[in-house]
Design a protein around this ligand. Structure first.
Ligand code: UDX
Ligand code: UDX
Length: 458
């Protein structure tokens, strides 16, 4: 039996480790976090994150070979392998403010590992970290003078929220980076063995430490870049009566381009894309590559443009003023099937609508609590309404900003009847049947497709 510890019970640690535990009943897994409320929630019937399929896996493993605790020190002492998935937010102060990764939690965790260790260990970077962080970690961990040895590995997480269980059960690949020393390679092999309990060997890729660290940043940058690319084209489609869905389909059939991740919308959100691209930009600047930095920074700029373009379109279509108008925002989560609202375009849209003095009512099946928290003071100026029919009642417009399938199943005839006329619908995810909505009486504004409107001036 191996004692495996995960430090950080957030979206990454909390959704990966139970799945690993379910496939490795021969090992003992503990997930620790300094946040006692979070740990209590992991031990309860209502998990702190909404992730389809995860409840069942936690129920099956918890108390058998998976345990949750706040006693970080004790479990460090007992562990053979330690996964670290504490957060690495964007640094908001000092050098690199607004771009660089804030590594203070990581470094603090490394020192805590060192202080509480009496045996040698493998330490695995699960959090997304700037390339060469592993080197700093090795220095801290191996500065002990006690004869203990720590091997640092990089094993980035590629799962996406909402499909985390599926992604982890059947991953495209598992990436493990390690040092090219004898002990480094032995550590890599130990981790390969762990994943080989359910992942075919050919899907387990091993690289050097730096390639693995960098690959995670690059994977997210490429994914985000595709979205910004198609979103940039959506703006052109709106000017030329081309249809972005048709363009995406037509280009996606080319195997070299591929059909995935070409859905145009109000912009990408989530805790990773923006943060990781800005880390990449900072790294490029640091290494004296300003052209490379500017290239990637444009992906974030385009995303911000897309969010604001959506709001500008709302204002322009609604006779250049939305002050005092009631707008029902359908969605708060950054994508469907998660309760996560970090960097959600929905919240950016709300902020911009509030600046225009609109009256906002927001509805979401799972993410209202997090939305309220993330909006901070602004939440006081917003109404939170779980029932979309009530949210739309008396509204001038609906803005669909999260692609929840629930929103596609609503009775829009009934909704239209309850709204102020002319009724507007802005579909920021191209989720709904636009022709049908138009026939019901809505003035419909999709993304990257011609608007369908009954207004004479259009
Ligand atoms: C985070 C990062 O955002 C991501 O880049 C990285 O790849 C993995 O970690 P996530 O799991 O979504 O992703 O973050 P979050 O939900 O904030 O969870 C981090 C957890 O670590 C929190 O529960 C926090 O309380 C905990 N933590 C943080 C510790 O236990 N100790 C610390 O010192 C700091
Ligand atoms: C992402 C990566 O996919 C994952 O590999 C990494 O580990 C973490 O970051 P996640 O942020 O959970 O995962 O969700 P993802 O499905 O990638 O969506 C990110 C954002 O892009 C969402 O706001 C989503 O709505 C948007 N998106 C996605 C689009 O606008 N169009 C698309 O075609 C796909």
């Amino acid at each position: 039996m191996t004692n495996i510890l995960c430090i950080g019970a957030g979206y990454v640690g909390g959704s990966t480790m139970p799945i690993v535990a379910s496939h490795c009943p021969q090992h003992r897994f503990v997930i620790v976090d300094i946040n006692a409320a979070r740990i209590a929630a992991w031990q309860s019937d209502k998990l702190p994150i909404y992730e389809p399929g995860l409840d069942e896996i936690v129920r099956q493993t918890r108390g058998k070979n998976l345990f949750f605790s706040t006693d970080v020190d004790k479990h460090i002492a007992e562990a053979d392998i330690i996964f670290v998935s504490v957060n690495t937010p964007t640094k908001m102060f000092g050098q690199g403010a607004g771009k660089a990764a804030d590594l203070q939690y990581w470094e603090k965790t490394a020192r805590q590992i060192l202080e509480n260790s009496t045996t040698s260990k493998i330490v695995v970077e699960k959090s997304t970290l700037p390339v060469r962080t592993g080197e700093a970690m090795e220095r801290i961990l191996n500065s002990n003078g006690t004869g203990l040895h720590f091997d640092v590995l990089s094993n980035p997480e590629f799962l996406a929220e909402g499909t985390a269980v599926r992604d982890m059960e059947n991953p495209d690949r598992i990436l493990i980076g390690g040092r090219e020393t004898e002990s480094g390679q032995k550590a890599v092999e130990t981790l390969v063995e762990l994943y080989a309990n359910w992942v075919p060997r050919e899907k387990i890729v091993t690289t050097n430490l730096w390639s693995s660290e960098l690959s995670k940043l690059v994977a997210n940058a490429f994914l985000a870049q595709r979205i910004s690319s198609i979103n940039s084209i959506s703006a052109l489609c709106e000017k030329t009566e081309a249809d972005v869905n048709e363009v995406a389909h037509a280009i996606g059939l080319d195997n070299r381009i591929g059909k995935y991740f070409l859905r145009s919308g109000v912009g990408f959100g989530g805790s990773c894309f923006k943060k990781d691209i800005l880390h990449l930009v900072y790294l490029c600047e640091h290494y004296g590559l300003p052209e490379v930095a500017a290239y990637w920074e444009q992906v974030v700029t385009m995303n911000e443009y897309q969010e604001m373009r959506f709001v500008s379109k709302m204002v322009a279509s609604m006779f250049n003023t939305i002050a005092g108008k009631r707008i029902a925002v359908f969605g708060a989560a950054f994508k469907a099937n998660t309760n996560d609202t970090r960097e959600s375009p929905a919240l950016e849209v709300c902020r911009a609508l509030l600046e225009e003095h609109a009256e906002i009512i927001i509805t979401d099946p799972h993410a209202m609590e997090n939305a309220r928290y993330d909006l901070g003071e602004l939440a006081k100026r917003i109404t939170f309404e779980p029932d979309p029919y009530v949210a739309a009642n008396g509204a001038h417009a609906i803005a669909v900003v999260t692609e929840w399938s629930q929103f596609a199943q609503l009775d829009y005839e009934k909704i239209h009847a309850s709204m102020v006329k002319p009724a507007f619908l802005f579909d920021g995810r191209n989720l709904l049947d636009h022709r049908k909505l138009y026939e019901v009486g809505f003035n419909v504004y999709p993304i990257g497709r011609p608007a369908l409107t009954h207004l004479l001036s259009q």
